[in-house]
Design a protein around this ligand. Structure first.
Ligand SMILES: Cc1ncc(C[n+]2csc(CCOP(=O)(O)OP(=O)(O)O)c2C)c(N)n1
Ligand SMILES: *[C@@H]1O[C@H](CO)[C@@H](O)[C@H](O)[C@H]1NC(C)=O
Ligand SMILES: *[C@@H]1O[C@H](CO)[C@@H](O)[C@H](O)[C@H]1NC(C)=O
Length: 602
């Protein structure tokens, strides 16, 4: 086993693999229970390699287990191999992509929470971290979460090899500080010699007996263990072994390896987890709103999620202590056992949600103020690489939140989510379309983002209106529209108000609700623009950069004769009444009407 690890890890990050060799051997061929020929089986124990740069040791373990062909290992990091530089779910034995450090444990917490409380199954979750990685705050958000929820099916392994990339990690080999920190965070903690196989076997066995607490195995190791002239020395992170030293080092390693006379095979898991139910989820009844009713889209989100929860047991909700603002509380009240309070730790919340959604165990909706998803952007970006289907719901977008001021206003969230390759961006403008956005996102692959607003706005659609991803609604039109106005959320309602004012003066405008900003319904927008002398006005409660206006511009950019005027928030806003702020930033009905040009008397 060791042989293939070590032979193979001569490229990539060999020293990071060597410190973890015994840990991985004991984990894969003693502690963990899984079907080696079916790595993504729902009953298997999960393993997350948070220190993803040690990918070769993971690939070697799966080669030893028989799932990866040994001959494939030499294709590590090549363009046509799935054995990439860091693990991704292109490989059946990887649930979440890692490599941006500090993210594995949050996802592992989501898997363990799901195993213990939703699946109520016996599979366990193991997560290996580097010591350098432990400087990431997100690691400690996850540590706090794991003990708060008594995840006794979760084991974190800290590979304390003393060294980081460019210098030693801050605590070096001070194992007592690690012990105190882990214990202070409420974890059952064992400090062990990470190169002592028997000690490791014992620690993993003990961890399985502990109830009510997750276990942290803090393993003292040496970076580059077993590599003569390299072990425990600085300046060897992420470096291949020099060609002229490979032969000597391999010979030395081979002489230490005791070839076992039986093939290693892991124990099988308990068959106590049902296969994932992949059937589509639909609302149990149509939206129960009447045109003209007033309701904020954030509130409609709560109603929608509760209805979806009635339709499917798989729907779960997460929030970061904003549940009575985002209205995820409505779901929690109906289904307390399917709600996870993540407290004020948005990075961890996104990681946990991704963990919950892995292997399709749940359909997860995580909500927060849209502004605060920005601090989880790296988790979201990695979520795309992880092929996650998680749904993120951001409330309190834009200046229309009013008095709370700029720190609470999401004004860059559309840009952020549009840039995510797998993301569908919903921006519903009334309660009916919000309900459909929630339903659609539960069945849409990739990340979904739903942007909801704080102010109450009128219901404009009837309950039987059909919505589709990438299909816009023309909400106001006549035979002589002079311009196409595209708004979403509060600005759609401002656009409708502008249309009324202008109509009274004899000028008609066309108004479009895009429904999804990504994908954007370019065909409807183009057809409308052509019908309105090529004139488009976009109006958004978002900064100009990367928002609705830019999305429209890129959709019509190659079309001749189309002019796009963009109304958007410019500069840092301030506290004030929502309507005052819409006026100051030029995105209210008054400014939309002005942008449409003077009314032409008939
Ligand atoms: C968020 C993040 N920051 C920086 C890096 C670059 N990087 C990759 S490995 C590494 C050092 C990791 O040290 P440690 O966690 O101790 O792992 P080891 O390789 O020593 O086992 C760094 C800085 C990264 N991958 N992710
Ligand atoms: C190999 O097998 C023989 C007998 O079949 C046994 O006596 C010996 O202990 C085994 N060696 C190892 C390393 O397991
Ligand atoms: C949320 O609930 C708490 C506790 O009931 C309350 O004090 C707070 O004002 C509520 N916040 C909002 C925005 O409704």
């Amino acid at each position: 086993c060791l042989l293939s690890f070590l032979l193979f890890s001569v490229s990539s990050h060999p020293t990071s693999c060597c410190s973890a060799a015994e840990l991985m051997s004991v984990l894969f061929f003693h502690a963990m229970r899984y079907k080696a020929d079916d790595p993504r089986n729902q009953c298997n124990d999960r393993f997350v390699l948070s220190k993803g740069h040690a990918a070769p040791v993971l690939y070697a373990a799966w080669a030893e287990a028989g799932f990866v062909k040994e001959s494939e290992l030499v294709n590590l990091r090549k363009i046509d191999s799935d054995l990439e530089g860091h693990p991704t779910p292109k490989l059946a034995f990887v649930d979440v992509a890692t490599g941006s450090l500090g993210q594995g444990l949050g996802a592992a917490c989501g898997m363990a929470y799901t195993g213990k409380y939703f699946d109520k199954s016996s599979y366990r979750v193991y997560c290996m971290l580097g010591d350098g990685e432990c400087s990431e705050g997100s690691v400690w958000e996850a540590m706090a979460f794991g003990s708060h929820y008594q995840l006794d099916n979760l084991v974190a392994i800290l590979d304390v090899n003393r060294l980081g990339q460019s210098e030693p990690a801050p605590l070096k080999h001070d194992m007592e500080i690690y012990r105190k920190r882990c214990e202070a965070f409420g974890w059952n903690t064992y400090v062990v010699d990470g190169h002592d196989v028997e000690e490791l076997c014992k620690a993993f066995w003990q961890a399985q007996q502990v109830k009510g607490k997750p276990t942290c195995i803090v393993a003292k190791t040496f970076k580059g263990r077993g590599l003569k002239g390299i072990e425990d020395l600085e300046n060897w992170h992420g470096k291949p072994i020099p060609k002229d030293r490979v032969d000597e080092i391999l010979k030395d390693l081979q002489s230490q390896i005791q070839v076992p006379n039986k093939t290693l095979c892991p124990d099988l898991p308990n068959e106590d987890t049902a296969p994932a139910d992949l059937s589509p989820i639909s609302l149990p009844s149509p939206p129960e709103y009447k045109k003209g009713d007033k309701m904020a889209t954030r509130q409609a989100y709560g109603v929608a999620l509760k209805k979806l929860g009635q339709a499917s047991q798989r729907v779960v909700a997460l929030d970061g202590d904003t549940k009575n603002s985002t209205f995820s509380e409505t779901f929690k009240k109906a289904f307390p056992d399917r709600y996870i309070e993540c407290f004020i730790a948005e990075q961890n919340m996104v990681g946990v949600a991704i963990g919950c959604a892995s292997r399709d165990r749940t359909v997860a909706f995580a909500s927060a103020f849209a502004a605060f998803f920005s601090r989880a952007y790296d988790q979201i970006r990695m979520g795309a690489i992880s092929q996650t289907n998680v749904n993120l719901v951001g409330s309190h977008c834009g200046v229309s939140i009013g008095e709370d001021g700029p720190s609470q206003m999401a004004l860059e969230d559309l840009a952020m989510f549009r840039a995510i390759p797998t993301c569908t961006v919903f921006y519903p403008s009334d309660a009916v379309s919000t309900e459909r956005a929630v339903e659609l996102s539960s069945n849409t692959k990739g990340i979904c983002f739903i942007r909801t607003s704080r102010p109450a706005t009128a219901v404009i659609y009837s309950p039987d209106e059909k919505f589709e991803v990438g299909v816009a609604k023309v909400v106001r039109q006549s035979d002589d529209d002079q311009v196409t106005v595209i708004g979403a959320g509060v600005t759609l309602h401002e656009a409708l108000a502008a249309a009324d004012t202008l109509a009274a003066k004899g000028k008609n405008i066309r108004v479009i609700d895009p429904f999804t900003i990504k994908p954007l319904d370019a065909a409807t927008i183009l057809a409308s623009a052509r019908a309105t002398r090529g004139q488009i006005i976009t109006v958004e409660d978002h900064y100009k950069e990367g928002g609705l206006g830019e999305a429209v511009l890129s959709a019509v950019g190659s079309e001749p004769g189309i002019v796009v005027t963009r109304l958007a928030v410019a500069g840092v806003p301030r506290s004030g009444k929502p309507q005052e702020l819409l006026d100051i930033f030029g995105i209210s009905a008054k400014y939309i009407a002005e942008a449409c040009g003077p009314a032409v008397a008939k």
